[in-house]
Design a protein around this ligand. Sequence first.
Ligand SMILES: NC(=O)c1ccc[n+]([C@@H]2O[C@H](COP(=O)([O-])OP(=O)(O)OC[C@H]3O[C@@H](n4cnc5c(N)ncnc54)[C@H](O)[C@@H]3O)[C@@H](O)[C@H]2O)c1
Length: 322
Amino acid sequence: MGISLDPTSKPSHFESLKISKKIIDVRLNLLNLKQLKKKISNFKPDFVFHLAAQSIVSKSYKEPLLTWHTNLIGTLNVLEALKSLNKFCVGVIITSDKCYKNFEISKGYKETDILGGDDPYSASKGAAEIAINSYIKSFLYNNKKFRIASARAGNVIGGGDWNSSRIIPDCIRAAIKNDTVKIRNLNATRPWQHVIELIYGYLLLAKKLKNNSNIHGESFNFGPRENLNYSVLDVLKEIKKNWKNFKWKKIKFKKNKLKEAKLLSLNCKKVNKILKWKLSMNFSQTIKTTIEWYKNYYNKKENAFLITSKQIKEYQKKIEKF
Ligand SMILES: NC(=O)c1ccc[n+]([C@@H]2O[C@H](COP(=O)([O-])OP(=O)(O)OC[C@H]3O[C@@H](n4cnc5c(N)ncnc54)[C@H](O)[C@@H]3O)[C@@H](O)[C@H]2O)c1
């Protein structure tokens, strides 16, 4: 069962894969606690992955209250719905690498570092982490019915993302129209990773939680090794290698407008050690796999479900040998 609002982007990955025919597709606002509790308690899940969020930093400046409600109260509502479940359940709660107080240093943040966030998206994710910890420690810690952990991932890319104000979809929209994409900050570095690698990490975390009570209440960073962070300019150059007519142009960054962190890096030793998870694709392969998805979709007109399934199977083969 999947619970979400209606997809907003056009096209959308969810719709192009026709996922609603394969799952129980519930369209519900997380802020409706009564209905959320009802849906979850009737379904009796063994695992809950909470990913729903207002996930766009620039939108969080335009709609701060919506962002705070969705990311903080929405997360608390999910925990409250889990608390009222009458069975064993594993919960993986997704926040973000932006939950850390950003000191603009190149050293990677560890799970024990200070939480914070200046823009409403980052701050609401930091606040969600505090709320998750408090909820677990106050209500769910000694309760044998629950195993919950939070996941703090770096920047996620992959085919089928059509969200606005995100680097890859913005570049693809420009490339298919033969336009030039306008970029504000070429030097911002991020812990880029492919969505398939990350989903595998979330599944490993859920499995480990089910079998091991020691990690109940813990948080985990997911991303590349801390010295393997690349800039927006590096991303653009890699896209260009894979999409020949792709062009970009730097535009002036208006001071004090839509401030975003410049340096963001994660220390992922904990997840390497406990889950034995690490990225199997290097930076070039991550961008190549992402761009190939869109090329197959737009140029070869391949079926979106087949493209995604093929990429998942290729990844499975790769990690079997990894
Ligand atoms: N994309 C990234 O680079 C990245 C990085 C780190 C963490 N994250 C986090 O991972 C999660 C998934 O990210 P994404 O990129 O797939 O985001 P997305 O914006 O593509 O998807 C978010 C989903 O949440 C749903 N949603 C939003 N408000 C809701 C509400 N009130 N009730 C019910 N559903 C609601 C939307 O309908 C959408 O399906 C988010 O929590 C995001 O903050 C994303």
